[in-house]
Design a protein around this ligand. Sequence first.
Ligand code: C3B
Length: 837
Amino acid sequence: GLGEHRAKAERMYSLMDGFLKNDPISLQKDILHHVEYTVARSRFSFDDFEAYQALAHTVRDRLIERWHDTHIYFKRTKPKRLYFLSLEFLMGRSLSNSVINLGIEDQCAEALNQLGFEFEVVAEQEGDAALGNGGLARLSACQMDSLATLDYPAWGYGLRYEYGLFRQIIVDGFQHEKPDYWLNFGNPWEIERIHVTYEVKFYGTVEEVEMNGEKQKVWIPGETVEAVAYDNPIPGYGTRNTINLRLWAAKPSSKFDLEAYNTGDYINSVVNRQKAETISNVLYPDDRSHQGKELRLKQQYFFVSASLQDIMRRFKEEHTNFDELPEKVALHLNDTHPSLSIAEVMRMLVDEEHLGWHKAWDIVCKIFSFTTHTMVTDGEKIPVDLLESLLPRHLEILYEINFNFMEELKKRIGLDYSRLALLSIVEEGAMKNIRMANLAIVCSHTVNGVSKLHLEKLKTKTFKEFYGLYPEKFQCKTNGVTQRRWIVVSNPGLRDLISKWLGTEAWIRDADLLSGLRDHLDNADFHLEWKMVKKVNKMRLAEYIEAMSGVKVSLDAMFDVQVKRIHEYKRQLLNIFGIIHRYNCLKNMDKDSRRKVVPRVCIIGGKAAPGYEIAKKIIKLCHAVAEKINNDTDIGDLLKVVFIPDYNVSVAELVIPGADLSQHLSTAGNEASGTGNMKFLMNGCLLLATADGSTVEIIEEIGEDNLFLFGAKVHEVEKRRQKRLSNLAPLQPAKIPLHFARVLRMVRDGYFGHKDYFKSLCETVEFGFGNDYYLLTSDFGSYLEAQAAADKAFVNQDKWTRMSILSVAGSGRFSSDRTIQDYAESTWKINPCRCPL
Ligand code: C3B
C-alpha cells in the first residue's frame, strides 16, 4: 500500500543521501570521484581533458536527477505532449550551456580552481556535437533550449549519426573534407538505453488476408534492423525541467538469422548483420538536395519508425482510446525530412490497430504540424520505384491518401487537370515521385513559414495553389535564437554588462527586457563599458585568427564577418568582389586619403557541400584573394582577408561576439529566414544586409537607420531577372557597372592565379553563360554604397556604439522563446508543465 511505498522511498533517499549538492566542495568531491572511477585516472595526476570528462560526468549526474523528476512529473500529470521530429540537430558543446542552465557556473569554476584547473580551459576540451548542416539544424537546437526553459512537455527525436558534419580542412586554399568521428573521445552527455529498442523493417511484400471476415493488408518485411535509444538531457534555465532529446542508432537485429547460419556461411552472415549498423552512420552533408538516394530514404524511415513506435508505446501506457490521440500528442515535422511519419502513423492505426481508414485519417489530420524552411518550389521528392522496393505498404498508403485527396479536390475545383497535377502528392512523368511537401501540407493542420516574408512567398508563389485551398493552415512563426547560448554562454562580458545596467538577470528568461538598454543610450559610462566588452572579444578573436591562419590583425580595424554555409544565393562572391574593389581603391589612393581609411579585417567562414563545385571555387577564390592582399606590404593593416576554417557552433561562439559588422547578402527572396543575423544582432554587431528573410523584421524592430541595407527588394528581383534576360541577345557590356566589370576581369584574367579553375565561377555572373541569376551585377553598386556608409559610421564611434546598443535592445523579439511560445499556443496547443522544486 501507500505506507509501504513511502517507507521504501524514504529508505532509498536516505541511502542516496538526498539530491546531489552543488556547493564547490561537494562538486569537487564528485569530480575527483569521477576522475578515479569513471575516467580511471589517478586523482593526483589528470590533465585538462580528463578534468573535462570528470566535470562532464559530475554535471551529467545532476542532469539525470532533474531529467527523472521531470519525467515522473510529466507521467503523473499526463499533459498533451509535443514530439519534435528532426533529422538534424546542431547542439555544439554541452558543458558551459548545462552548467549555466543549472545555475552552478560559479561553484564549478571554484571547484576546478581549487583542483588547479581553469573552467574556460577545461570547457575548451569539448568537441562539438555536429549532427546537422546549418541553419535548420541549429534552429532545432535553439528551440530545444527554449522548450525546456519554458517548461513545455516536449521531446525531441533525431538520429545519432556516428559521423557528424564533415570537418573542413583547407589545403592550398582548397576545401577538403575529413570525417567527423565525434564519438571517438566518448560522449559523456548521452545515456545509452540498451533496453529501449525497436525493430525497424524494410523491403518485402504486401499481402491481403482475411481477418474477421474483412480483407486486410499486411506487410511482410524482408529485413529487420534494431533501433537503440540514446538520451540527451536538455536542461532549462531557471527551472528544474530537463527534457529529452532521444537519438536513434542502428544495430543489427538480435533476431537469429537461422538460415544463413545453417548454410554454414557464418562469416558472411555476420558481415551482413554488420551492414545494418551503417543506416545511421553518416549525416548527409548537403543541406538541401539529397534526392533519390536509397540510404537517405532508409535513414528517414528508420528514424520515423523508431520514433513513432516509442511515441505510440508511451501513449498506450497512459491512454486506452485512440480518439484521445489528438488531445495528447502533437507531432511536429521539421521540414519535409520526417514526412514519412504521416504514412507510418496511418499504417500503424489501420494495419496494426485496425481503426479503419476513415477514423485513422481523421486522427492523422489533427496531430501533424509542419514547418518548411525553404523558398524553393522544387522540394524534396522520393522516387516511387525506391519506395516500392523499400517500403511497399507505405507506397500503397500514400497512393490511397492521394486518391482520396484528388477525389475531394475534384468535388471542390472540378476537373481542372493542370491544377490537379500541381496539387497532387504524386508527381507523374517518366520518373514518378512522391512530393514530400505536398504530402506534409495536405496532412498537417498547420503549415508554418519561418519569417513574414517567407510566409508571403509560400502563399503567393511556392504553395499558391494550396493556399487557395487551405488559407487557414498557413501561418508565420518567425525564427529565433536562444539568448542563453548566444549571449550568456558565448559572451560573458556582455552578459554581465547587460545585467548590471538592467539591474537584473531576468532578461535571460525574458529577452523583451533587453529593450530596457535604450534607457542608457546616451550614458557615457555605459558607452565606455560597452566598447570595452567588444574590445576584449575582438582580442580573443584576433588571437584565434593568428593561431589559425598566421595573419596578425589590428584591433583598431573594423572586424567584418560573413559566416554561414557557402551557397551561390548567399552571395559570398559579392563579398569577395567587394574586397577586390576595396583593394583596387586602396592601390589607387594617395597617402593623404589613405590616412582617412578605416582599416578592415574581412573574415569569411563556412563549409561547401562536398559535391557543390561552384561553392568550393568560392572558397578557393577567397584564399587566393587573401594571399594577394595580405602579402602586399603596400596595404599593411588597411585591409586583411581571413578565411576561418571549419566553421561550426563553437567557432561561431567565438567569432560572433568579436564582430563589428556582419554581412547577410542573399538575393532578396532566397533566404527563408536567416538566424545568423539574429545572433550578431544580440551581440551588438551591426548588420550589412539585403531586405531578405527575417532581416525585414529586424528592420521593423530597430529601424533602417541602425543597419546598412542595400540591394534589390523582393518585388524588384523578378523584374530585374526578366530585364537581364531580355538584354541577352545583343550583349550590352555598357550596362555592366564599371567597377564590377573590372573586378570580374581581374579574376577572369588570372590576377589571383588559377585562371582556368575560376573560369566557371566567373561564368555564373556572366551574360550568355550563367546570366547572373543571383543579380550580383545589379546589386554591386548599392552594395558598395552600403559598405561606404559602414565605413563612415565606424569613424564616429559614438554613433556606432549607439547603433550597437540599439541592436541588442531590439533583439528581444528574435529570441527562440518567443517563437516557441507562439508555436505552443497557436500550433501545438500545449501548456507549460513545470516540475515542482
Ligand atoms: C535554413 C534556411 O536556409 C534559413 O533561411 C533558415 O533561417 C533556417 O533554415 C532555419 O529556418 N535551411 C537549412 O539550413 N537547410 C535546409 N535544408 C533548408 C533551409
